[in-house]
Design a protein around this ligand. Sequence first.
Ligand SMILES: CC(C)(COP(=O)(O)OP(=O)(O)OC[C@H]1O[C@@H](n2cnc3c(N)ncnc32)[C@H](O)[C@@H]1OP(=O)(O)O)[C@@H](O)C(=O)NCCC(=O)NCCS
Length: 177
Amino acid sequence: MTPIITTPRLTLRLPRKADAEAVRRHLDDFGVAGNLVRVPHPYLLTDAKAWLATRHPSLPPTETSFAMDLADDFSIGTVGFHLNRQGPVIGYWLGRPYWGQGLMTEAARAAVGWFFDSTIHDTLYSGVFHFNAASLAIQRKLGFVEIGRSTMPCLARGEEVEHIDTQLTRSAWMARS
Ligand SMILES: CC(C)(COP(=O)(O)OP(=O)(O)OC[C@H]1O[C@@H](n2cnc3c(N)ncnc32)[C@H](O)[C@@H]1OP(=O)(O)O)[C@@H](O)C(=O)NCCC(=O)NCCS
């Protein structure tokens, strides 16, 4: 079951159908989508609805996404997990009006803590496109370290982009928390 996680300012919970318009509004912004691998630009309401239809409370932790609510502002961003060939990956985005307040650091920290508590995985992977200093700063704060460079497709840009690959080990996380 996708739990409800509360942090000092946020509630993380299962994404639901009613989030569609907020998800569309925030992701239909090249400044957001252009930093993500799998989000097209423009991003339509049908895209948001299709993604929300895949979110179920019974998904395993490695496929779980959380919508982020900030007081009365619901669905301001998403933090979630998926499995790739290497292992579990964390990804996240936040609507532009909410940038620069430490909110994604707060959300990602809570989600990572939940992930390690809920799984036996010893390594969580992530990374950023080479120009995404804010996201790299978040990952460094959580204990992620750079493990290499690769290229990843960016759907919104329609091209491959240099990617800084990162990982966080359970032991590094435990040492910090
Ligand atoms: C990246 C993103 C998640 C940041 O969210 P946020 O809530 O503004 O981030 P936070 O405020 O928690 O932390 C950002 C950190 O980056 C730092 N930062 C911001 N811009 C920076 C820059 N240009 N260079 C270096 N550091 C920068 C901030 O100072 C902050 O660190 P601090 O708390 O030590 O001061 C948000 O801008 C976003 O969703 N962008 C589009 C999608 C995206 O990039 N997703 C991640 C893909 S890997």
